[in-house]
Design a protein around this ligand. Sequence first.
Ligand code: COA
Length: 259
Amino acid sequence: MAYDLLLLDVADRVATVTVNRPDKLNALNDQVMGELESVFAELASRDDVGVIILTGSGRAFVAGADIKAIAARQSAELGSMARHGQSVFRAIERSTKPVIAAVNGFALGGGCELALACHLRVASAQAKFGLPEVTLGLIPGYGGTQRLARLVGRGRALELILTGLPIDGAEAHRIGLANAVVAPEALLDTARSFARAMLKNGPVAMARAIAAVDGGLDRTLDEGLALEAQLFGSLGDTADMREGTAAFLAKRPAGFTGK
Ligand code: COA
């Protein structure tokens, strides 16, 4: 499928999706959101893709929801905008293929929330993460109040949300918002090296690992453990589990088929 405001490149089983609206710092208007929804649906069904990297063109990852589009909206429209954005980001979070945000620059508001919906975040030292919605008289509406607190804890989440101040890649890494921080020129290579490590692993196992970790966050410990045991057991029906264990015992690399 062709996209106007996204670039899509697939090589060596890694899809790189680049939000490409650099003149507006890749702000999320309705078209970008629609295209993100479509591209993740496309990538979910493509057999030639095992891992997805999400990044931005120019000096921004994504500088937020499009403030011009928000400015004139009333309550009902703002509410439905939040629900739609949340569902797009939830689909990214629920992707059965790992999604790595390569945060090259501004990741503000909806851009920070988009990065939060990804499974890993690799930050450029030049990245700026923040949730400045309160400076506009708003609050984060694409999952930021929920995911940031889950990732870095209530105190740090409220600090970022209530001050609206941005933090750089090093600070994001220090507080656990970013998995790694690297020089700008090493950003995509670092994201690709995470992707290559993942591509060696059983695809079904990775999908169930995502389901176990994310599903467990919404449950009590006992319910989460029950979910883990159920998903662990379900892997006994997969060819990948037979192959992975047989390959280990035969001292050879595994050849996973995703079945
Ligand atoms: N929505 C709509 N347009 C945006 C945008 C957003 N979230 N972020 C940036 N842009 C546009 C600017 O309006 C400007 O467009 P113009 O050239 O037509 O005037 C262009 O992108 C470049 O941004 P500019 O503000 O000139 O760049 P800067 O380097 O001076 O500042 C930022 C960069 C990121 C600090 C600043 O753009 C900003 O604060 N953006 C909004 C961040 C935000 O509040 N996001 C949460 C939204 S809910």
